[in-house]
Design a protein. Structure first.
Length: 269
């Protein structure tokens, strides 16, 4: 069977659908990406057009397939100690000046497959040995959350992890698990993951946080969606808590509830 070709009209349907569900502004240049990621689903259902697949996922009759589509279209690249300056700031400024007697909680709000959340955990474990801390990671994709909960990664993902932290907090796989490593049980016990759609009001009982990382996801949102997402997250940030975005992102014109500490790092008064 020939590979189905997507028409401009069909692509526009998927653009509107993923925007409605996840707030993602899928540029026309992403048409090849969408086709590449969804073609296998069309083959699975023996569809010969993208219109047939669109009818399936938009009908409300198959929420599992809709989630599969969301997983395929929202999975983004991440890695350990990405944009390391933020983790230096977390260690040297935020944690060094924290209140010593209260639990410390961080939210990795677009955690993807968990590398950011476990990076936070390594920093916290080093800065607060024996202290009370926890990390929460969230994503809209159930597929990446399953990977994050497992905490097992290919050895080629170790780049960026300092060798002393690798030895201390990661277990190198042997035999059937050769070529992989597992984040230590001690860290995994302090990190939890849950599905959160950042574009919707957050009703889950996830508590309050001292720091929220929302990095490298707002580049996929238009201005209106950025305002909505940040507005949904800010009620979960403690007074004097920190809100950190990616190096190519800014909250200028997005919210007046935060004060800029330095580029990409903000604080709630």
């Amino acid at each position: 069977m020939d590979q189905p070709v997507i028409t401009d009209q069909e692509f526009a349907l998927f653009q509107r659908l993923i925007y409605k569900i996840a707030g993602i502004d899928l540029a026309s240049s992403k048409k090849v990406l969408l086709v590449g990621r969804l073609q296998r689903r069309l083959r699975e259902h023996q569809f010969d057009s993208f219109s047939q697949y669109y009818r399936l996922v938009s009908s409300g009759q198959n929420p599992k397939e809709l989630q599969t589509m969301v997983d395929l279209l929202t999975t983004n690249e991440t890695y350990f100690f990405r944009e390391p300056r933020h983790f230096d700031y977390l260690r040297d400024e935020i944690l060094a000046n924290r209140s010593r007697n209260t639990p410390f909680r961080i939210w990795s709000a677009a955690s993807s497959s968990g590398e950011e959340a476990y990076t936070m955990a390594m920093v916290l474990a080093e800065a607060m040995p024996g202290g009370r801390w926890e990390v929460f990671g969230s994503d809209i994709s159930t597929q990446v959350l399953a990977k994050a909960r497992a905490g097992q990664y290919s050895m080629d993902r170790t780049q960026g992890i300092p060798s002393n932290l690798m030895r201390k907090h990661c277990l190198k796989g042997v035999r059937a698990n050769e070529g992989t490593f597992l984040v230590s049980q001690d860290l995994r016990d302090r990190v939890s993951f849950g599905q959160v759609n950042l574009t919707q009001p957050i009703t889950a009982d996830i508590g309050m946080f001292n720091v929220i990382f929302l990095r490298n996801v707002m580049i996929y949102f238009d201005t209106e969606t950025k305002r909505k997402v940040v507005g949904n997250l800010l009620p979960r940030l403690q007074p004097e808590g920190y809100f950190i975005v990616g190096h190519s992102e800014s909250l200028n014109g997005i919210t007046n509830q935060l004060v800029s500490v330095q580029p990409t790092i903000y604080r709630k008064p």
